[in-house]
Structure formats: C-alpha cells, structure tokens
Design a protein around this ligand. Sequence first.
Ligand code: NAG
Ligand code: NAG
Ligand code: NAG
Ligand code: NAG
Length: 491
Amino acid sequence: MQRPLHPLFVSLLLASVYGSHSLGHQLDDGGEAPQWGQLKGKNLSQPVLPADFHRENTVTNDWIADGEEDEDYLDLEKVLGEDDDYIDIVDAAPPTDPAASAASALLLFPGKSRIQRLNVLNAQFAFDLYRALKEQASASDNVFLAPVGISVAMGMISLGLRGRTHEQVHAALHFTDFVNASSKYELATVHNLFRKLTHRLFRRNFGYTLRSVNDLYVQQQFPVRDDFRTQVRQYYFAEVQVADFSDPAFISKTNHHISKLTKGLIRDALENIDPTTQMMVLNCIYFKGSWVNKFPVEMTHNHNFRLNEREVVKVPMMQTKGAFLVASDQELDCDILQLEYVGGISMLVVVPHKLSGMKALEAQLTPQVVERWQKSMTNRTREVLLPKFKLEKDYNLVEALRSAGVTALFDRNSNMTGISDQRVTIDLFKHRGTITVNEEGTQAAAVTTVGFMPLSTQARFSVDRPFLFLVYEQRTGCLLFMGRVANPAKS
Ligand SMILES: *[C@@H]1O[C@H](CO)[C@@H](O)[C@H](O)[C@H]1NC(C)=O
Ligand SMILES: *[C@@H]1O[C@H](CO)[C@@H](O)[C@H](O)[C@H]1NC(C)=O
Ligand SMILES: *[C@@H]1O[C@H](CO)[C@@H](O)[C@H](O)[C@H]1NC(C)=O
Ligand SMILES: *[C@@H]1O[C@H](CO)[C@@H](O)[C@H](O)[C@H]1NC(C)=O
C-alpha cells in the first residue's frame, strides 16, 4: 500500500516592511514613530484591487506547482560554467589576528568556486545572526532560521542602499570581505552570484523541492527608482509590485499566495499592515525532501530526551540503521552525524557530549569548524535515534541584525536613495519559518525494516539531548537552514 511520502517540510517566510509607520508598531515594542516619509494626500479608501490582480501582476507566476515542468529561462550550464573559476587568485592577506574569524574564513577560499566562497561568508553571517537570536531566547527555547533567505533579501535590499548604510550592510554580511578577496571581484559580482545561486537552488529539479520567491510590494504612490526595479528583477528575480496596504483584499490575497507557496504551512502570514506602509519585502522558501535512509514508522517509540541536568521528557524517537557519515570533535566535545536527503542536500546533526556543552559549541560555530567536521567524517554503520520535531518560529530580525552589526539600515538616517528619492526606513524584518522532521516514507520503510537489528551502544548515534542542525546544499555549499532543538516537545 502506498501512502504519501512527506519526510520533511520546511518553509520560511521572511518579510521586510519598509515604511514610516508599519506593522512593526503593532507587533513590536519600542518602535519609534518616524518623523518623515509620510505619503502626502494618501487616499486610504482606494478601490479594491481586481481579484486576479496578483496572479496577473506577480512575477512569482513562475512559482512552479508540484508536477509541473520547471521552465528554464537561463542557460544554466553556461551560467554555472562561468563559476568554474577555481583558479581565481585570492589576494586577501592571510589573517594576522586569529580572532578575526571572517578574515580566517577567507582561508577556506582556495579550491572553492565563487558561489561556494560567497556561501562560506553567508554562513559566517548566519552564525553571527544565530548567536544574536539565541541571546534573545532562553536556553530552553528552540531556534530556527533560514540563512539563505536572509542573505538573499539583504543582497536585494543592498542594491538600493548608498553611502554609509551600504558600506555597513556589506561589511556585516561579509560581502566586503568577499569583494576584497580577489582583484577580479567587484560589487556586481556579489549580486551576480546571488542570481546564480537563486537559479541553482530554486529553479531546478534535483529530486527535492526547494522553492523561493522574493516579492517586493510598494504602496501605489511611492516613487521607486527605475534602475532599482530593473536590478531587483535582473539579479533576484523579484518584481516591484504596486499594492494598497490599506486594502484588506491585498492582505488576504498575499496570505493566500504565501499559503499556496508553502503548501499551507504558513497561513495568515500578514495580519494587518499599517496603511502608511510604503514598501514590503517578502521572501518565502519551501523545502520538501526525503531521507536517503528513511526511518521506518514502526520503529518510532517514546524515549527519554534530556533537557538539562534535572529534566527529562519523553518524545517520539525515530530509529533507523544504515551507513552514515559521522565525526567526533574532541576539541568542541561533540558528535556530528550527516543525514542525507535525496538530491544533494544534507543535514548535519551536532550533539554536544555534555549538556553544558551547548553554549561553548554555539559560541565557536564558524564555517571553519563546519568544514573541519565535514573533512573528518567517516562512513560508518550506525543505528540512529533522532527525535521527531516540528519548529515554528516567527522573528522580527531587526534587533538580531543590529547585534550582528547592521544598524544603519534601521536608522532614521539610513541612506536608501537608490530605492527612492523619498525617505524611508525599515521597521519590520519578518522572518517566519517552520520545519517538520519526521520519518514518513512508509513505502521504503518496509524495505529498511528487513534485517533491522538493534546494535550495541557504541554503534548507536543517539540524539537524546539538545542539538544543533545545519541543512546544506552540497554542491554550492549553501547553508539553507539552521537551528537548535532544545526541546523537541515544543515548537
Ligand atoms: C478616495 O478614493 C475614493 C475611491 O476611489 C473616492 O471615492 C474618494 O473621493 C477619494 N477621496 C479623496 C479625499 O480623494
Ligand atoms: C582589503 O584587502 C587588503 C589587502 O589584503 C587589506 O589591506 C585591506 O584592509 C582590506 N580592506 C577591507 C575593507 O577589508
Ligand atoms: C546617500 O549617499 C550618497 C552617496 O554616498 C550621497 O551622495 C547622498 O548625499 C546620501 N544621501 C543621504 C540622504 O544621506
Ligand atoms: C558508505 O558506505 C556504504 C557501504 O560501503 C556505501 O553504500 C555508501 O554509499 C557510503 N556512503 C557515503 C556517504 O560515502
């Protein structure tokens, strides 16, 4: 009997609202009321958009429903061929200060393609942002983010930034380090690479479903510069669309669009948008992959998961046996397991030996550390015990981005003159994601179950205490998702 196969659903919504007075005021404390940027003579009772407005006017028409052919409008081989410039000379001087971790991430550049190099630095930024986010959370909270969505959105926004605001965003995102690493690289290289990355990740069928949409909505009277529109389309496949944020039909239409995109995983993404909002960026990622080594459903049983020194919870623990890449890091005192999805995406599960070891691990997580793990992995037969989990997180990233060094963007004096001559500020950077990790895939499970024998504890990789997970696309080295499961019984 065949049952539908749904081993993993991941989705992300990342929304930035640009506006002098946006949703941020209702959702977030401490938002300051901007003094300028109000639209003059704005008529809040605009006529309702025609029902098919967004279908007709959305570039994300190119979102492909399951089963439909992915239509290529780029010559992918040519595009990726241009990236095979492994011999690019890295000009950057070796780091003199070992604490300058972004600089030492440059040591990972030789032998890597440009996209992989950019992804090394994207991961560096993701780890910085992760640390900022988990500082705001308690140690017992789960954490989940989709770094590639954030980097892509920041890359897109940065097209419209100027002056110090631009410099700061590029420095914090490590784009500056990238450009500085070779005399062959310039600013446009970064945007070109995001274009290729977007194409490589989201527009091809490699046996998993990974889709992303960038939408940029602009209030009707807001004057957006033409060159910004053109570049956003050219590099990020995004379209600047006219919208009326005060129109409930716009919100329901957008929510419907996001819900459809995420297969119903994210509903009511937008609630009420402040009608004075001027610009909003939406970035959605949806991932569905199936494990190479599936977890037979009948092997899932309740097991103890240790939350901390005092507390234990019983959670449904999936179980399977097979050949896995594993490593043990003596220095960071943790074990690493790689779980593969069909099609070249993998999840690294990182489990500190000691319950108290999570803090040190989080503090020292860098692209170099991850590469060290990947290089030291060996192929072993393991019985794997992994809790089922489902995380749903909704962040306003403004504070975390500030802690990660992006401050000017959210200042009243931010220079966004590349987007519009009218002054604007960003007060909401919405990042919402969900991930479900389970064993489903009963069809293959029957096969896996044959010969399943529990092994001795040495051959067991038991994820029975708080752990980190990192989901990478292997060919581009892109960090797609990362998170911490402190308690699988919570979301
Ligand atoms: C606002 O728009 C509505 C609908 O288009 C129109 O009936 C109304 O007269 C407008 N009000 C102003 C103040 O322009
Ligand atoms: C760029 O690289 C040069 C040479 O390696 C270095 O001296 C300089 O400080 C770097 N600049 C920035 C902004 O990182
Ligand atoms: C923005 O930056 C540009 C380029 O550095 C500068 O010419 C312009 O005066 C700045 N505008 C504002 C409003 O800060
Ligand atoms: C590990 O070894 C098994 C059996 O030798 C092989 O089938 C599998 O492809 C290997 N896996 C990896 C990731 O190298």
